[in-house]
Design a binder for this molecule. Structure first.
Ligand SMILES: [Zn+2]
Ligand SMILES: [Zn+2]
Length: 146
């Protein structure tokens, strides 16, 4: 994951005004370890700035998404956010039981993408690809119950 100071430098270079709220939202996402819901980002950023309101967090996330510094992932019908890392593009495996999200290397989907193109002329948008199922922990727990 890129350090958020690097991202801030980049934004500054693009002429984006770095308000304290924007810096807080960005560092909340960076420190949160990825895949954070809006509420989570809000609560974390609010710890350092109690006057922050959730609408600002929404707006800021939207701006960051447009600028490409933050990636939005739909996980179980909920939107989560993580810092965009161009060097570490990944897909997600999402657990239906605990809601956990796990990164999946694009290498696993390269062949699928090519097959779809060759056989169906279909150009898949695999950036938004998530696999749902059960994570190892939940699968284990389920087996023990049965
Ligand atoms: Zn799970
Ligand atoms: Zn991720």
């Amino acid at each position: 994951m890129p350090s958020h100071t690097l991202v801030l430098e980049r934004l500054k270079g693009q002429g984006i005004r770095l308000t304290p709220q924007r810096i807080l939202v960005l560092s909340a996402i960076a420190e949160g370890g990825g895949h954070m819901g809006v509420e989570e980002v809000y609560l974390r950023a609010k710890e350092s700035y109690p006057y922050l309101d959730v609408a600002t967090v929404y707006r800021t996330l939207h701006l960051f998404k447009k600028l490409g510094v933050v990636t939005e992932v739909a996980i179980g019908g909920q939107l989560r956010f993580e810092l965009t890392d161009a060097d570490r593009k990944h897909h997600h495996m999402v657990c239906q039981a605990c809601g956990g999200a796990f990164d999946l290397s694009p290498a696993y989907l390269e062949e699928l993408g090519q097959t779809l193109k060759q056989q169906f002329g279909f150009e898949p948008d695999l950036d938004n690809f998530t696999v749902s199922g059960l994570c190892a922990n939940c699968a284990q727990r389920r087996m023990e119950k049965e």
